[in-house]
Design a protein around this ligand. Structure first.
Ligand SMILES: Nc1ncnc2c1ncn2[C@@H]1O[C@H](COP(=O)(O)OP(=O)(O)OP(=O)(O)O)[C@@H](O)[C@H]1O
Length: 464
């Protein structure tokens, strides 16, 4: 096949993969050889070779076969023909298969290989970098530990065990470490995969009688990252193999980074010896987000959306409202914002509070269940040291009236109850009384430091 023919095949691939993927991954490929069922391409960097083999390998094989070529495998060579101008070593993510080819000691034209049989490590999400990770109190320790590991210096804690609830940024941080390592330590062989993929690869190796390859491959990485390790709990032989891999790497002083949805000690059906191994490095948790972090994340996402929706306006208070109201997880928060932007751009309107409530009514309803009016009343009564019955009762003395207004304000802010509904739950008061109370607290919030502090404390306690 001539370069020209390959050129026209590339154009066909463009239609399938789209302009962005084409520019990043397909255009840089130079076909250098086609022999014995193997198509060899020259690529500027190992990383591109690995990424293409993992994500587009099958597609390329398919296209070449369609063009009448007999191809079973694709092979990538990092070489000068397509090298970046400074010829610098390129970052690499190990493509399981022939990881040793990516080692620091490999020659400048190191190769990575892939065939249909290869099982890729998981590709990294380009959005998940340290730059896009917003740091706040709940995740500052996890972020600091991740950054330390990402420097690629001497191994100081092994493993780094990151855990936290759904959608709190574990995967984001792991990908960020991998991206950073590629820049800081391109010589290192980094492998990121989910525990599920680990198991899949293990089972496949057993089935294909390729356990030696499997062991060799995992033992030759410099940094191993396994996401969602709780997945292998209860899967005995996978656990066993994981344990051996883990020990072998720790013995060689190679860095391991693990994530899970709970602390090592709380993973049921995990063998004790594995549990204790997982605990022997640094265990850090990502706490549930607080209001400030959620607001920070929303602000940073809005910045990112600016490019996509340059004309969209967002009214004051909308982000604060979302940060208050959606406290489940960051994924839900992001999803809400994405939907809001898409909707507003479709109807060509500013993102106002009304539009937000319309567009996100289901999400808001779902998250509202978390904080009830009764809970707010109880907390506020406790905070001001008054009886619940006095808060709800008819007495209008300041000692009771102010906490009552604070509670009304919080009900308005943290639940989606209407003013009449709130009024009913405060001893059958009229909605205008509630409205007056809410306004009064709004005014006091900016003029009275004590009230502002009380509100903040209460909100935190209620959202915790
Ligand atoms: N601090 C943060 N800054 C910016 N984005 C964040 C932050 N935390 C989470 N996200 C975003 O929230 C989404 C969910 O995060 P991620 O997938 O890392 O969660 P996870 O903890 O791995 O969840 P799961 O338990 O479901 O695997 C991602 O889009 C991620 O970018």
């Amino acid at each position: 096949m001539t370069q020209e023919q390959w050129g026209s095949l590339q154009q066909d691939l463009l239609k399938t993969v789209g302009q962005n993927n084409y520019k990043a991954w397909i255009e840089p490929l130079r076909l250098t050889e086609l022999a014995n069922g193997v198509a060899t391409f020259t690529v500027p960097t190992n990383f591109i070779g690995n990424y293409v083999s993992q994500n587009f390998g099958d597609l390329i094989i398919h296209q070449l076969s369609q063009a009448g070529e007999d191809v079973q495998r694709v092979h990538f060579t990092v070489g000068r023909a397509a090298a970046n101008s400074n010829g610098a070593a390129s970052p690499s993510i190990a493509a399981p298969g022939k990881p040793s080819a990516n080692r620091a000691s490999a020659p400048a034209t190191s190769t990575v290989a892939s065939s249909k049989d290869d099982l890729p490590g998981a590709p990294l999400d380009t959005r998940f970098t340290f730059d896009s990770f917003v740091v706040g109190k709940p995740n500052e320790l996890a972020n600091a530990a991740a950054r330390r590991v990402a420097e690629g210096g001497p191994v100081s804690f092994n493993p780094l065990f990151l855990y936290g609830g759904v959608g709190l940024g574990k995967t984001h941080l792991m990908h960020a470490i991998a991206w950073e390592l590629q820049t800081q330590r391109p010589d290192l062989n980094v492998l990121y995969l989910s525990a599920e993929q680990f198991m899949y690869r293990f089972v496949q190796a057993l089935r294909d009688r390729k356990m030696m390859d499997f062991k060799e491959m995992f033992r030759s990485v410099d940094v191993l990252m396994v996401d969602d390790v709780q997945f292998i709990a209860g899967k005995d032989s996978t656990q066993e193999e994981f344990f051996h891999t883990f020990n072998a790497l720790v013995d060689q002083n190679k860095q391991i980074i693990i994530s899970a949805d709970r602390a090592p000690g709380e993973i049921k059906d995990m063998e004790d010896r594995i549990r204790s191994r997982l605990q022997c490095g640094l265990v850090v948790d990502l706490h549930p987000t607080d209001y400030e972090l959620r607001l920070g994340i929303l602000q940073s996402k809005v910045e990112q959306y600016r490019g996509q929706y340059p004309d969209l306006k967002i009214a004051d208070g909308v982000l604060e409202f979302l940060a208050h109201r959606i406290s489940t997880n960051v994924r839900v928060l992001e999803g809400a914002l994405t939907r809001l932007f898409a909707f507003a751009s479709l109807v060509g309107r500013e993102i106002t509070m009304d539009l937000t409530q319309d567009c996100l009514s289901d999400v808001l309803r779902a998250s509202e269940r978390k904080i009830s009016v009764e809970e707010i009343q109880r907390r506020v009564a406790e905070h001001y040291n008054i009886r619940l019955s006095d808060m709800i009762g008819p007495k209008r003395v300041r000692t009771f009236a102010r906490p009552r207004q604070v509670a009304m304000f919080l009900c308005k802010q943290l639940t989606s109850r209407s003013l009449p509904e709130i009024g009913r739950r405060f001893g059958g008061r009229d909605h205008t009384t509630v409205m007056h109370g809410v306004r009064r607290i709004e005014e006091l919030r900016s003029s009275d430091g004590q009230i502002a502090e009380d509100l903040e404390l209460l909100r935190r306690a209620l959202e915790a």
